[in-house]
Design a protein around this ligand. Structure first.
Ligand SMILES: [Zn+2]
Length: 437
């Protein structure tokens, strides 16, 4: 079969090995993976040389905030940033948009907004909020990949958090559907609202590890009771890793992700007043960071996603530096690959580990693993070519995020993306598909 294009290189990351290979592409898909020298007469060949060729990244935790709060990000800027960062598939969170994706009509409004404006392929989470159980089946049938809930106030009024009582109504329906429930796991009763001070240490003390630990214990218990698949988003408290490990070993259907900021920064190093470091749950101490890396090493933590959560710069209250009042959220969609690679290589991890965490495992979480997240025959030809040994200093003006305020400004990272291919094409226009389950 004559391919349309062959992309080859000396360091192609396959599921089990990194080796010289040629990737043959026809009608947007990978049709053959051959030796480096397997080329076909008359077919265009792109040679990546000694750059790394990896599957396009999959980021299943992105807040795009459109429609309704498009001034916070929007599909156009978010997906352009994704493409620049080697991300070819992202999944949008159901909140911060108005309407939120908690009803079928909300999902339809979301699709209407996204369609035609995306540089990469995009999927969608629905939301579980008090009283919307009847909307779950219609949204799932219409193509959301699963559902998110919050156990604490989400930060926006139109996406209410749930209590155990609400979950006892929603979870049997999720199990019936076979749908995954992803959970912002902090419990309100352990969050301290009466803290003195507005500096980083006060903020950190207000959202202690125990708020996460107790929430995760609750979700393990409910997952076991209702046999619902549960996934803990943005795990920050490493104290919860042993109980997750134990639950997983006992057959509870519970998984977890963490985020680049918890793996890169430490609470000890947050500069005074630097509210761009605020996110919930918070960046914790150095020892906690190292325990998160151990959780990745032993597989208790399944993957790393950005939790790209932007807002207009003024909402960060940089002038007062008030951590208690500033919006919580870190935008890092474009930077996930170099942040994770920089930290991972220092700890002895390989390109295979990073590809599992950034591509294959997130694709599997949302059941896109038949076509996304691996360089394999039959998969979409989503590829990123990048230079792992080239360092750069993060310069906010080079970010395509709508708002440039970032805690990564000035950080020196390794890993420069050279080219991103979406279904066999260099990305130069909004040609992304809506990925419906
Ligand atoms: Zn989030």
């Amino acid at each position: 079969m004559q391919p349309d294009l062959i992309i080859r290189g000396q360091r192609v990351v396959l599921p089990e090995t990194v080796a010289p290979r040629s990737v043959h592409i026809r009608e947007e898909r990978i049709v053959f993976v051959g030796d480096y020298d397997d080329v076909v007469a008359g077919c265009e060949v792109v040679d990546a040389g000694d750059s790394v060729m990896m599957p396009g990244l999959v980021d299943t935790h992105v807040h795009i905030n459109a429609p309704g709060r498009t001034e916070w990000e929007g599909f156009h800027s978010a997906t352009l940033a994704a493409a620049a960062g080697g991300v070819t598939t992202l999944v949008d969170m159901p909140l911060n948009s108005i309407p939120p994706t908690t009803t079928l009509s909300g999902f339809e409004a979301k699709l209407e907004t996204a369609r035609g404006d995306c540089f990469v392929d995009v999927g969608f989470w629905g939301g579980v909020v008090p009283g919307n159980t009847a909307e779950l089946a219609p949204m799932f049938a219409a193509g959301v990949v699963g559902f998110k809930c919050f156990l604490v106030p989400s930060g926006v009024d139109e996406f209410e958090h749930v209590t155990e009582k609400d979950l006892r109504v929603a979870m049997p329906e999720l199990t019936r559907l076979g749908a995954l429930l992803i959970v912002h796991a902090e419990l309100p009763q352990s969050i301290k609202t009466e803290v003195v001070g507005a500096d980083y240490q006060s903020f950190l003390a207000s959202r202690p590890r125990v708020a996460e630990n107790d929430a995760i214990a609750l979700m393990i218990r409910l997952s076991r009771e209702f046999d619902t698949r549960v996934h803990i988003v943005h795990l920050s408290s490493a104290d919860a890793i042993p109980m997750l490990r134990e639950a997983q070993a006992a057959g509870v259907k519970i998984t977890a992700e963490t985020c680049p900021h918890y793996l890169h920064f430490t609470a000890e190093e947050v500069p005074a007043g630097a509210t761009e470091f605020k996110c919930c749950p918070p960046i914790r101490e150095r020892d906690n960071r190292e325990e998160l890396w151990k959780g990745l090493r032993d597989g208790t933590i399944d993957f790393i996603v950005s939790d790209h959560s932007p807002c207009p710069g003024e909402m960060k209250l940089r002038e007062t530096g008030d951590f208690m009042k500033a919006w919580g959220g870190i935008a890092s969609l474009q930077l996930r690959l170099p942040i994770v690679w920089t930290e991972a290589r220092h700890r002895g991890f390989t390109l295979l580990d990073v590809t599992r965490w950034l591509c294959a495992n997130p694709a599997r979480q949302v059941s896109f693993d038949g076509r996304k997240g691996s360089i394999a025959i039959g998969h979409d030809a989503d590829l990123v070519i990048w230079r792992p040994d080239t360092q750069f200093t993060v310069t906010p003006s080079t970010l395509h995020h709508r708002h440039k305020l970032t805690p990564y400004a000035g950080e020196v990272l390794s890993g420069v993306v050279q080219q991103t291919y979406l279904r066999g094409r260099k990305i130069d226009a909004p040609g992304g598909q809506m990925l419906l389950r």
